[in-house]
Design a protein around this ligand. Structure first.
Ligand code: ADP
Ligand code: MG
Length: 581
């Protein structure tokens, strides 16, 4: 066994850096948090070559006193806590005194700083050598980090493509900016501005600065105070639903944190308002006595623990539905269009028709993502056999199940939505797989995305979208322009198709052409199909049944649920104990 030795400073710092500094975004997070702790009201972030080359963070905070500058680079040196007592009432973002020495151990740092009433100073910390000289800086601090991971090649190799690293950095700064609407942030990639927040302490305005007008139009405020908590923020309405949890942003005492139990309570609060497989867009701030919170759980402080978490869950599960019910849920167009196409009063868009239905109906839909076509055991052994007999619709049960008399003395119940879905599924499959015709949109549809999402629109993604008939191009910094859609969307609302497909492409990294096609077809089939509680005339029923019987697989809908349940004459007679009479 080798001898036990005390690690030298440099190595100890590199080990600490391994925990805290994973990628350029981690540098940005740590340094921006320092700026916020220093009460900055303006923080500018400049990233060069995704942060591999250079990262600059400039703030107008308190600055660092000359005589303390070298200390700031020492491990466990912090101005933020002094005793164990302080550790349990932390109000600052930092407190471990690890960021600066960690970054200095894996990159080349220089600092320019000045405090009020004193001349400035600049310093470099390169390979453990600290050098300081006088400088004329304005009050605040500017930290430049160059050649990140230059001495840890394994880490450097682990970094992802530039656009991915930039997307992560965007995400980190976005979340910090949302937690601090009183601070003006700007972010530049290679000198190109990506976003800038006003810093006017208006969360709605900050959301607008980052996500654009579309999001702001679809938000409901929430404000709740109890003895233990103050909850404030915005709940996205049904127009902002997403296929993943990334739109659920929670801040605890000004710190963006991930709280799994709280997140699940938020999702539960939306239960019945959005489809089960969908997630809301939510920004919530929780203010809690610092004594109740333990932030010292993880080095990056991403996850926190606090007592009374169950209490908070209860409040959310109760208050979110109350806030959502206040909204009239008037569907607003999710898309910002150049001009509104004129719609005649009785030509309601399909989405509008959905909203006209009672809400319970609307949201009891099965998840439309669940498109794996499971073969169910056929209810009939031989399709030909029942094609020969007469099937006559005689009415509906609960405007949902069509009752059909059959010439052999039995009857069927047919789920009108499932049946229509099956018919449409096969029709769209044909349209997409055999001859995909697209049609240009007279008014291209503009879709707004966050900066992080925009970074995902690579050439491959754009090509993939083409495969399912969507011609899109990046338009400005926040928008995607859809120029053409598949012909078959014409009969329904192409906006639903566009939104669904784009969401799938952005959220599912493993998506391939085949899967996307299947999903696209199932989405259209579901959206285009008549719902339960929709009145059908006798002629429409007959038409539906005969179409269903002509389809390849009439027994189940694309989600694998049965479309037809058959009762034989024998079963009927048995139930009424008429057998043998
Ligand atoms: P921590 O934030 O955990 O205290 P850091 O290593 O991040 O540790 O920073 C060390 C110290 O350097 C801080 O406690 C603070 O006093 C000082 N400091 C770092 N960045 C800034 C800044 N932008 N403005 C003012 N002081 C700073
Ligand atoms: Mg810090």
């Amino acid at each position: 066994m080798a001898k036990i030795i005390l690690l030298d400073n440099e190595l100890a710092n590199q080990i600490a850096a391994g925990e805290v500094i994973e990628r350029p975004a981690s540098v940005v997070k740590e340094l921006v948090e320092n700026s916020l702790d220093a009460e900055a009201t303006k923080v500018d972030v400049f990233i060069y070559e995704a942060g591999r080359k250079k990262i600059i963070i400039q703030d107008n905070g308190t600055g660092i006193p000359k005589e303390q500058l070298s200390l700031a680079f020492e491990r466990h040196a912090t101005s933020k806590i002094h005793s164990v007592f302080d550790l349990f009432r932390i109000k600052t973002l930092g407190f471990r005194g690890e960021a600066l020495p960690s970054i200095a151990s894996i990159a080349k740092i220089s600092v320019e700083t000045a405090i009020k009433g004193s001349s400035g100073v600049s310093a470099t910390m390169i390979e453990g050598n600290f050098k300081m000289s006088a400088a004329s800086s304005s009050v605040g601090t500017k930290i430049t980090v160059e050649e990140l991971f230059y001495n840890t090649p394994a880490r450097l190799k682990y970094l992802k493509l530039d656009y991915t690293e930039n997307a992560v950095t965007l995400d980190v700064l976005t979340k910090i900016a949302l937690a601090h609407p009183q601070v003006s942030f700007s972010l530049y990639f290679d000198d190109k501005l990506r976003f800038k927040t006003s810093g006017r302490n208006d969360l709605k305005e900050t959301i607008m600065n980052i996500y654009g007008l579309t999001h702001v139009k679809n938000l409901l405020p929430i404000n709740v105070s109890t003895t233990d908590f103050k909850i404030s923020g915005f709940l996205g309405n049904t127009n902002l639903v997403r296929a993943n949890r990334y739109g659920i942003i929670t801040n605890l005492n000004g710190r963006n944190v991930y709280m799994p139990k709280v997140q699940s309570a938020i999702i539960e609060g939306y239960h019945g308002f959005i489809a089960p497989s969908r997630f809301p867009f939510v920004i919530l701030n929780f203010e809690i006595e610092p004594e109740l919170v333990d932030v010292n759980v993880h080095p990056t402080k991403k996850e926190v623990r606090f007592s009374k978490e169950d209490k908070l869950r209860e409040i959310l599960i109760k208050e979110i539905p109350l806030a959502l019910r206040h909204d009239e849920f008037i569907p607003q167009d999710t898309y910002v269009k150049a001009s509104e196409p004129s719609v005649l009063p009785d030509e309601k868009p399909y989405e509008q028709m959905l909203f006209d239905l009672p809400r319970t109906e609307l949201f009891s839909e099965l998840p439309i993502n669940d498109v794996n076509e499971k073969e169910v055991a056929p209810l009939f052994d031989n399709k030909e056999a029942f094609l020969l007999q007469d099937v006559t619709p005689i009415g509906t049960l609960h405007q949902t199940y069509i009752i059909c008399e059959t010439s052999d003395g039995g009857f069927w119940l047919v789920d009108q939505h499932a049946a229509h879905e099956r018919i449409n599924y096969e029709r769209f499959q044909k349209a997409l797989n055999e001859n995909l015709h697209t049609r240009p949109l007279l008014v291209p549809v503009l879709l707004s995305f966050s900066h992080a999402e925009m970074a995902l629109f690579t050439n491959e993604v754009i090509d993939l979208l083409k495969e399912v008939g969507l011609e899109v191009e990046v338009f400005g910094t926040n928008d995607i322009r859809v120029k053409a859609v598949p012909n078959y969307t014409h009969e329904y609302d192409e906006h639903i198709y566009i939104q669904d497909i784009i969401e799938q492409v952005l959220n599912d990294k493993k998506l391939n052409q085949q899967l996307l096609r299947t999903n696209a077809i199932a989405t259209m089939a579901c959206k285009a199909s008549i719902k339960a509680k929709h009145y059908l005339s006798k002629t429409e029923m007959s038409h539906l049944i005969s179409e269903l019987l002509r389809s390849e697989n009439p027994y189940s809908c694309p989600h694998g649920r049965p479309t037809i349940i058959k009762f034989t004459k024998y079963e009927l007679e048995k139930m009424f104990k008429r057998t043998g009479t």
